[in-house]
Design a binder for this molecule. Structure first.
Ligand SMILES: [Zn+2]
Length: 264
């Protein structure tokens, strides 16, 4: 190909298509330079074909993240986390390098999604060994155990996001936190020390500028604690009322029957 043709061909191909006008200009130039027009067309069509091929996504490209450390098995629970996940979907443990504040936020997002999955999937017991460590049957305790053992971020934005996420799990509806030993009460008993510990960690790492945010977080933690206590208290009162009610009912009914027998 004549060297003077190349810049023209490149210019015509720059937008990925060759219009009739562009092609006729190229033909004229080719004739002027003594280049075979058929050969020129062949080159043009070949180049267009190449460009189209390059546009189409061929085989899925290996992601840059594939170079990260092997996270195919969680060291804490032995489950296989989702590919490219920073945390284990089953127990919340960190399974890949979390290097930046953005990674930390992404990890907290992944924890939320994983906790949802933990709530929805009742773990199967298999006799070759547990599918994963957190095989508690009640959903509330399973999710609470997940948040109890999960990865903790270091930076304030991610740590406070995680803290608020855990606070939102705490049951504060009056009368629904059942008496001791029941799932909701057990879950709350896991959450409350956890949020205290996370708040303490955040406070330790915080700088003076973080104080306003810290105060808000502290208020949220205290509100959740009061809510959980109130919910448990109301549940106990409800139980006591039920027993007293049952007692009075029995007294009236059986007392009445007794009275009938006494009269006869
Ligand atoms: Zn795990």
């Amino acid at each position: 190909m004549h060297p003077d043709m190349k810049p023209l061909i490149d210019a015509a191909l720059a937008d990925g298509v060759i219009t009739d006008k562009e092609r006729s200009i190229l033909h004229k130039k080719a004739l002027a330079l003594g280049v075979d027009v058929d050969e020129l067309d062949m080159i043009l069509d070949g180049k267009l074909h190449q460009m189209k091929q390059a546009e189409q996504p061929s085989a899925p490209e290996p992601k840059a993240k594939a170079a990260k450390p092997d996270n195919s098995t969680c060291s804490a629970c032995g489950a296989a986390p989702s590919p490219h996940s920073l945390i284990c979907d089953y127990c919340g443990t960190q399974v890949a390098e979390i290097a930046s504040p953005e990674d930390e936020l992404a990890a907290v997002e992944q924890l939320s999604a994983a906790a949802q999955k933990v709530a929805e999937t009742r773990p199967a017991f298999n006799f070759d060994g547990l599918l994963y460590a957190n095989h508690e049957a009640s959903k509330e305790v399973r999710v609470a155990t997940f948040w109890q053992n999960c990865y903790l971020p270091n930076t304030l934005p991610a740590a406070s996001k995680l803290l608020l996420q855990i606070i939102s799990q705490i049951n504060t509806v009056p009368g629904t936190a059942h008496i001791d030993g029941q799932p909701i009460a057990r879950a709350n008993a896991i959450y409350l020390p956890r949020i205290r510990a996370i708040l303490a960690g955040i406070t330790m790492n915080a700088s003076g500028d973080d104080m306003p945010k810290l105060m808000l977080l502290k208020e949220e933690v205290e509100r959740a604690e009061r809510g959980a206590a109130h919910a448990a208290d109301m549940a106990k009162k409800k139980m006591i009322l039920m027993w007293v009610g049952t007692g009075i009912f029995c007294f009236v009914v059986f007392g009445g029957i007794g009275g009938l027998f006494n009269c006869s």
